[in-house]
Design a protein around this ligand. Structure first.
Ligand SMILES: [Zn+2]
Length: 254
């Protein structure tokens, strides 16, 4: 008990960063083996951190101030000298270092949170990459001339010309797939048209010629984004395509 009393003053000075030389070394040796003094030191430092954090507020927390005052009263001489010689604000560096330590912990926590966010972004990127790879495989299959295209229809009915347009007005992306198309006369081509929702003038959306099996595809013709489509239609035009469709419509869909 006597040993602790002896160190009470030194602990407060040590917490303030004002204990030097042999006294500091002796206290540190004692702290190594005395848990009670380590706890007291932690309390004192906690109080000072509270005081430091409250400097912008109206008053330091009462509990913290009282505990520091009690530490001063326990050994009035040296500690009071510190406070007399140095006014409160000159102790700012000590407080600042405590505040910095607290900010360091907050920053460390924030960094941990950022790391989590970066991990999530990395996972997103990996997912996007996976989707992209999948899309590439699908496109490779759709466009590979050696791939088999089979249209299934109701049993005992004859396959009819048919097509499917997949269109995204937002960015003008368009994929069009047709099957069972009749062979074309030489110097002729099929042409796809987009009839916009607003305005009746059909817009050319690409020309195509079917393979010997009657399959054809139009992919990503340069369509302007933001055009809502009312109808897609296919006509037969002279090679190179036309500016306006030539009747009759071979295929039409709304
Ligand atoms: Zn002790």
């Amino acid at each position: 008990m006597m040993a602790h009393e002896q160190f009470a003053e030194d602990l407060a000075l040590y917490a303030l960063g004002s204990l030097e030389g042999e006294a500091a070394a002796t206290l540190e040796r004692h702290l190594d083996e005395c848990q009670a003094c380590r706890q007291e030191l932690a309390r004192l430092e906690g109080d000072m951190a509270l005081l430091a954090l409250s400097t912008s507020g109206p008053a330091p927390p009462q509990r913290a101030r009282q505990r520091l005052l009690k530490a001063m009263a326990r050994e009035p001489r040296s500690l009071r000298t510190v406070f007399m010689r140095r006014r409160w604000w000159t102790l700012a560096p000590v407080f600042a270092s405590l505040v910095l330590a607290i900010f360091a912990i907050l920053l460390w926590r924030e960094n941990a949170r950022q790391r989590d966010r970066i991990d999530a972004l990395k996972a997103d990127a990996a997912n996007n990459q996976a989707s992209f790879e999948e899309a590439k495989h699908v496109l490779a299959l759709l466009t590979d001339p050696s791939a088999m295209h089979v249209t299934l229809v109701a049993a005992q009915s004859k396959p009819q010309p048919a097509a499917r347009a997949i269109y995204m007005p937002r960015n003008g992306a368009l994929v069009f797939m047709a099957s069972n198309l009749a062979p074309l006369a030489p110097e002729k081509t099929y042409q796809l048209w987009l009839v916009p929702l607003h305005g009746d003038k059909p817009m050319p959306a690409g020309t195509f010629k079917p393979d010997p099996n009657g399959n054809a595809m139009v992919m990503m013709p340069p369509m302007s984004p933001g055009v809502e489509a009312k109808t897609f239609a296919v006509t037969i035009e002279p090679d190179g395509g036309s500016a306006t469709p030539t009747m009759p419509l071979v295929l039409v869909g709304s």
